[in-house]
Design a protein around this ligand. Structure first.
Ligand SMILES: *Cc1c(COP(=O)(O)O)cnc(C)c1O
Length: 376
């Protein structure tokens, strides 16, 4: 059994993907070819946002979004310590300071109550290792495992403090929050097309979404070394952040089956919770949300035993995330310690993820939960 089975999807669309790749080989526009623009148009429509600016990865999407707003030294960007490292890394790369806020026990997403408290008391809630004054500039809310964060509350808090919200939708493309699509839920959003994400390509890729014309213009400039009117005028710092035409072509084909895959993921999640033994804590999704189910993550004090038993049956599992970001060596300079974020530390110690992809069969899910039941 595979943790994420990309082969089954490949079989389903193989000949169409080959045809799309062949088209690119024929026209030869490997950089910023027509498929890139066709994809951006379709993704913007899918997300219900005016502009989509594709780019080279989810990490670059986050970085480009922060750069487009001019985030830099002296700025505090509030985010969760329970995420993939890229979220905090993008903040630190701009010269700004990541300020962590603990998560909600039930959704694993940033806690709006604690977010507000951190903003009110930014002087005492600043990272203890950072000596200089920092000023709140932005919030990066992460839609962990595919479930959108609580944007009504987060956006209201951001308005109150005059700062902007970046939605890290790397795991949530296809998710919904109160009938609105992930990538449309904040001032600006970033997603990833890393192969294992719900909408993945066959390499690295990402995209930024915004309704703001001026920010979109800046993103397009930042994507190509901060270029101005033409290639040889450079008006700001930027990066080489373009999406390959071949990856855009692959994504165009994958997009045609994406909604049916997201539907299938809902079925898989439902079957998992139906067969789960009572001792296992399964994900809770608010009624007005749809998860994109990038991961199906469960909790148990007997995590080690369960993972061992599953491994014996060749059933792979993974831990997202074993070490919260505030305890990672790279972020030691912020001065946080064990105990700084208790909810997130507790969850790190007992969470693990089961195989999740749209092609999991009921008998496989049943078999997985049978093994879990015996060790939980
Ligand atoms: C995967 C991921 C990223 C980074 O995306 P890449 O395309 O791998 O650079 C950022 N944030 C979160 C939450 C992710 O899961």
């Amino acid at each position: 059994m595979q943790f994420i089975d990309l082969k089954k999807q490949q079989k389903r669309i193989e000949s169409a993907v080959y045809r799309r790749i062949q088209d690119v080989l024929n026209h030869g526009a490997y950089i910023m070819g027509p498929e890139v623009f066709e994809l951006e148009e379709k993704l913007a429509i899918h997300a219900g946002v005016k502009h989509c600016v594709s780019c080279s990865s989810g990490t670059d999407a986050l970085l480009m979004a922060l750069l487009a707003y001019g985030v830099g030294p002296g700025d505090a960007v509030l985010t969760t310590p329970f995420t993939f490292v890229a979220t905090a890394e993008a903040i630190a790369l701009t010269g700004a300071t990541p300020v962590f806020v603990d998560i909600c026990e039930d959704t694993f997403n940033i806690d709006p109550e604690k977010l507000r408290d951190t903003l009110i008391h930014i002087d005492t809630h600043s990272p203890p290792g950072v000596a200089k004054q920092i000023h709140p500039r932005a919030i990066i809310a992460v839609d962990l495992f595919g479930l959108p964060a609580d944007y009504d509350r987060i956006n209201r808090i951001a308005d109150e403090f005059g700062i902007f919200v970046l939605e890290d939708a790397a795991q949530s493309f296809g998710g919904l929050y109160k009938a609105k699509s992930a990538c449309s839920l904040a001032d600006i959003a970033a997603t990833s097309f890393f192969p294992a994400k719900p909408l993945g390509c066959y390499g690295d890729g990402g995209a930024v979404f915004t309704d703001d014309d001026e920010i979109a213009e800046r993103l397009r400039s930042i994507r190509v070394h901060g270029q101005g009117e033409d290639k040889y005028t450079n008006i700001r710092l930027g990066i080489n952040g373009r999406l390959d035409t071949i990856q855009a072509a692959i994504l165009l084909e994958k997009l045609t089956i994406f909604e049916s895959e997201i539907e299938a993921r809902q079925q898989v999640a439902q079957m998992y919770s139906r067969y789960a033994p009572s001792g296992l804590k399964t994900p809770s999704i608010p009624d007005d949300c749809r998860s994109a189910w990038a991961q199906y993550s469960v909790r148990s004090a007997r995590r080690g035993r369960i993972q061992e038993a599953l491994k014996e049956r060749q059933i792979p599992t993974a831990i997202y995330y074993p070490i919260p970001l505030h305890l990672q060596k790279a972020y030691k300079y912020l001065g946080y310690q064990e105990g700084s974020f208790e909810i997130c530390e507790q969850i790190s110690s007992d969470i693990f993820s089961l195989p999740m992809h749209p092609y999991l069969q009921e008998n496989e899910i049943h078999a997985i939960m049978q093994v879990v039941s015996k060790s939980v």
